[in-house]
Design a protein around this ligand. Sequence first.
Ligand SMILES: NC(=O)c1ccc[n+]([C@@H]2O[C@H](COP(=O)([O-])OP(=O)(O)OC[C@H]3O[C@@H](n4cnc5c(N)ncnc54)[C@H](O)[C@@H]3O)[C@@H](O)[C@H]2O)c1
Length: 285
Amino acid sequence: MTIKRVGVIGSGIMGSGVAEVAAKAGFEVVLRSRAQASADAMIAGLEKSLAKQVDRKKLDDTERTAVLGRVRAVSDLGELAECDLVLESIVEEMAPKLELFAELDRICGEDAILATNTSTLSVAKMAAATGRPGQVCGIHFFNPAPAMALVEIVRAAASSDKTIATARAFAESCGKTAVDVRDQAGFIVNALLFPYLNNAVKLLADEVATRDDIDAAMKGGCNFPMGPLELLDLVGLDTSLSIIEALHAEFEDPNYEPSPMLVRLVKDGKLGRKAGAGFYDYPKK
Ligand SMILES: NC(=O)c1ccc[n+]([C@@H]2O[C@H](COP(=O)([O-])OP(=O)(O)OC[C@H]3O[C@@H](n4cnc5c(N)ncnc54)[C@H](O)[C@@H]3O)[C@@H](O)[C@H]2O)c1
């Protein structure tokens, strides 16, 4: 199946990143946010990001204009009716995702593929909210989407071979390396990564070491580009907590129980970079 028009839903960290990647790869992108103001703000963000790339000579002016010309920001979900592929990237909670999948199933053409960018949640449950479970899969980009090479293609029990092949072709057209994974909480990367991140918060809470020393230790000792607490701030602490809770629920491993410190930070609205504060403070630019 050939994908021409891609719908991206959600105006958070991932929605904007994926929209940029897809538009740069030549797809027409319909970017949907619930409020037109945030949809418009995403276009402004995209303009800023492309302008930086032009300044750094990574993109020329003609390409910038072409990329912007391929993206349309909308608030009405009905505008996604003509998309060949819709990738939702809304909050990491099952209830709103199920509601969205049911609505998309009503709105989108019968051949359209409906995909989720979820980090851990069951793709099968989302597929079951539609009348086309064979055309549902996970297409899991990483953060920041324009920079990260990997995409996990998540196969739920009912996903058809054609859906998986189309999703893989889409990810590869976006210049990404695609890996296949079965629909199990955390897929590959987050199943391995988040127990480690959660344990880093536990070390901090137990005052085994300071924030800066925990991050410095993993950068210097394991050659990781970022420390675990910096990475949690980048991902978003609310999203991270949802991921750890999903892993804990699936594997019932006491070691996966979310650190109370992480829970408290989320309750306090300290959600990481996107909120201006998390383990670190991020002054507004
Ligand atoms: N942050 C990451 O590092 C990362 C990486 C890969 C995948 N993901 C996944 O991408 C998805 C989005 O994550 P994000 O980091 O962009 O989150 P975010 O918090 O930056 O953005 C969430 C978006 O969802 C919208 N939203 C909130 N409640 C909603 C509802 N009830 N209905 C519709 N929209 C709603 C918000 O307005 C916002 O636009 C999640 O499924 C997450 O697991 C996140």
